[in-house]
Write a protein that binds this ligand. Sequence first.
Ligand SMILES: *Cc1c(COP(=O)(O)O)cnc(C)c1O
Length: 307
Amino acid sequence: MSFFKNIQTKNQKLIIPFINEKDFELYMKREDLIHPVISGNKFRKLKYNIQSIDKKKQLISFGGAYSNHLLALSYIGKYENLNTVGIVRGEELKNLELNPTLKRCIENGMKLKFVDRNEYRLRNNKVYIKKLKKTYMNSLIIPEGGTNDKGIKGCEEILSDDDRVFFDVICVPVGSGGTFSGLINSSSKKQLVIGFSSLNNSNLKNDIIKFVNKKNWELIEDDVFGGYAKFNQELISFINNFYNITKIKLDPIYNSKMIFRIIDTIKKKKWRFGKRILIINTGGLQSIESFNNLLKNKKCETISFTT
Ligand SMILES: *Cc1c(COP(=O)(O)O)cnc(C)c1O
């Protein structure tokens, strides 16, 4: 399909005060610039999932209230004239005013079905999937986050040949682990791929082992901010400061937490990995609008930019 071209994004050198360029060479791969709505890694993960699909099928997938994945899927659905259904975690959302992410999903023509957390937990269960297929005739079910073999194949296209030669370390934020797995598979054996988890998913490591072909990786699971979409004032200030220094916008759920962690570890002289570091910016800026609504309600400092 025409939307998914072959894309190689550029690496931008990062100049951070207090980090000596002679000690650490930090680069950011600007996957966030691929598309304003199809957040960088969701473009990669949907590419092969969508490319071969039969037009009459409706696409079904799963996500949380700020899901970059559901929004990306709804956008593709609109673009390619495909029906889409989003199964959303949180039955209580049904009765609240929809946040900007979910509103946009609906504007793109996606049907939303809100389910409680127990039902959402069944999203990879074979019996549950069978039932869904009966309810939604002629459907293709894409796993949460687009993480399956086809999604990972797309993420194997993020690194260039030069990247495989130049860098010692590749850093990426982790949700379901698909992007991380694709990077591991396409990295060189000498490189270390570090994943920074944004959620508390005890099974994550086992999921990743199933998808990867090498052992050159490390998963950092203790999110210092307390889990998925959790934040504090320090994180919001960090996002705003980072923007003032670099003019790069970071999302509050994935990339800001990873980069905070990297810079903090280097500053505390605890970085035990290589010095040529490539940070993958996976995008996800659309969640800022929903986040800022939340921050305004709490009378907290807000993020100083939007998408
Ligand atoms: C979905 C998402 C991730 C997590 O990717 P996985 O492949 O699920 O691990 C990271 N960053 C952003 C911006 C995302 O939208």
